[in-house]
Design a protein around this ligand. Structure first.
Ligand code: SAM
Ligand code: SF4
Length: 477
């Protein structure tokens, strides 16, 4: 369908009206919302607006607690980990906030050949131990066309690399790229895409036009707004959405994102698989980032994360190494379920062992450069298990199927078991002796929990666990 025929589901006046109408939420209203959230129920836009307008800091402390409660109920103590893989920094767009914009003369342009994609994958899978990547593409007819994207996916999946006990490979590749057509998305599906991720950047149509120059492909607001509809129609049923915080008023963005989730749920019976929370970071020769009047503080971003956890409680939530370590640690206690580690976002930076920050080839500057091993240990200190699980989509547990399994608690069981098994694989293959000693009590605690809470699956878990100890890999529920 041509974008001129599409009718937007984002009505700015309606969104401002919702915010205005709920300007002064009563104590009773907030208490009711908190109570409702405790039973893991989706919130309405009016309820979300009440939270957005809430000033009382005591209530906020309670909301933060409830956000963690919900997360624990749905996702237990697991954090799924991944790494970004940037394929190219050639871009035809002129997004004012991005280091890769075509008009930025300070960026050294580079794209990866398939041989280089293989090298990057070998480093990520074989040296660091990642099992899940997000392949990130800028927009360029040569370096982000569908043939190249599918070739990249096929190349990543083809890599199998020897480790000290066995072999390693990437088992799930998510993709963040420009909005695609249904035909292109079908090809992505055939290549085994995990989640298709596109951020709307800002849902505000006028601001969107201001930030994305007329005549560039990205200036088509509706084409972007409807890309997840196309993905779901094409059978790619894990979709990831997000706002780039700092471009426009966060209150408008949060309500809009909730409307987006509702729209997908109503039309396709499934909401977003993940919601990401990127916030503007400095980028080389990109003064917009410092000048924007819509900067979002740490305090506000914490509230945004908690609001989304309450509003769409079953969604996965992602925070990246854009954020400082301290902030990421806090965000994990507010509802975040996935994060990256050992990230290098310079094109080709993993296999060539570039410095972790190489601003002239990066889209923006990272704030947290912790290695995967450091992250694993930090999480273990807080009682979180790092999950490398990629079983869901490989067993057809995606989209509405996974949603209903999550809702009835079955997915949580599979995820718990697979988190233990994949963590064990990583520890055996990649952890130092010191890390092994540090995380062993956590693994034992998890095993004990399975024994008491899911006794029927415990024998099989132990069987898989022991086989993994002997070098077998990729055993999952
Ligand atoms: N080029 C594709 C697109 O624009 O849809 C793929 C995404 S881009 C490589 C990944 C995301 O990075 C963008 O969607 C945007 O939200 C985010 N981004 C861009 N500039 C940023 C900056 N200065 N700081 C933080 N995130 C940024
Ligand atoms: Fe290109 Fe994406 Fe950066 Fe825009 S955000 S300039 S489309 S890479």
């Amino acid at each position: 369908m041509k974008t001129t025929q599409l009718k937007t589901f984002i009505d700015p006046q309606k969104i401002w009206d919702v915010i205005e109408k709920n300007k002064n939420p009563s104590k009773k209203q907030i208490e009711d919302i908190i109570e409702k959230s405790k039973s893991v129920k989706t919130l309405t836009p009016n309820e979300v607006a009440c939270l957005i307008n809430l000033k009382d800091e005591d209530f906020w402390q309670e909301i933060f607690k409830v956000a963690l409660e919900i997360k624990k109920k749905v996702y237990d103590n697991r954090i799924v980990v991944f790494a970004p893989l940037y394929l190219s920094n050639y871009c035809v767009n002129k997004c004012v906030y991005c280091g890769f914009r075509s008009t930025n003369k300070n960026v050294v342009r580079k794209n990866l050949t398939l041989e280089e994609v293989k090298n990057e994958t070998e480093t990520l899978a074989g040296k660091t131990g990642h099992k899940r990547l997000i392949a990130v593409f800028s927009e360029h007819p040569q370096y982000s066309n569908i043939e190249y994207i599918t070739d990249v996916l096929n190349t990543i999946y083809s890599v199998k690399i020897k480790t000290k006990n066995s072999y390693a490979s990437i088992r799930r590749v998510n993709v963040n790229c420009a909005p695609l057509s249904i035909e292109e998305l079908k090809l992505l599906k055939q290549s085994g895409i995990g989640t298709y991720q596109v951020f709307q950047e800002t849902y505000h149509p006028k601001m969107y036009q201001k930030l994305h120059s007329k005549g560039t492909p990205k200036s088509d607001y509706l084409w972007r707004l409807y890309c997840m509809h196309r993905a779901l129609e094409a059978g790619v049923d894990d979709v990831g959405i997000g706002v780039l915080y700092g471009l426009y008023d966060w209150r408008f963005e949060v309500i809009s994102l909730v409307f987006h989730a509702i729209e997908l749920e109503e039309r396709f019976g499934v909401g977003p698989h993940t919601v990401s929370f990127p916030r503007l970071e400095p980028a080389i020769n990109t003064p917009f980032v410092e000048k924007t009047p819509y900067k979002v503080s740490d305090e506000i971003l914490k509230k945004i994360i908690a609001i989304i956890r309450l509003a769409i409680p079953y969604t996965g939530m992602i925070i990246t190494a854009r954020e400082k370590k301290e902030f990421r640690n806090e965000a994990i206690n507010l509802g975040i379920t996935q994060t990256d580690a050992s990230s290098k976002i310079g094109v080709g930076a993993y296999s060539k062992n570039f410095e972790q920050q190489t601003p002239e080839i990066q889209q923006f500057i990272l704030s947290d450069t912790r290695s995967l091993e450091e992250l694993v240990r930090d999480l273990a200190d807080k009682g979180y298990i790092t999950s490398f699980c990629t079983a869901g989509y490989r067993c057809g547990r995606t989209g509405d199927k996974i949603l209903s399994l999550i809702k009835c608690g079955k997915e949580a069981i599979f995820c718990k078991l697979n988190a233990i098994l994949t963590f064990k694989e990583w520890v055996d293959d990649f952890a130092s002796e010191e890390t092994k000693m540090k995380v062993q009590p956590l693994i034992e605690k998890e095993l004990k929990e399975v024994k008491t809470k899911i006794p029927n699956l415990y024998p099989l878990l132990i069987d898989y666990y022991e086989r993994i100890s002997k070098g077998e890999r990729d055993l999952y529920f």
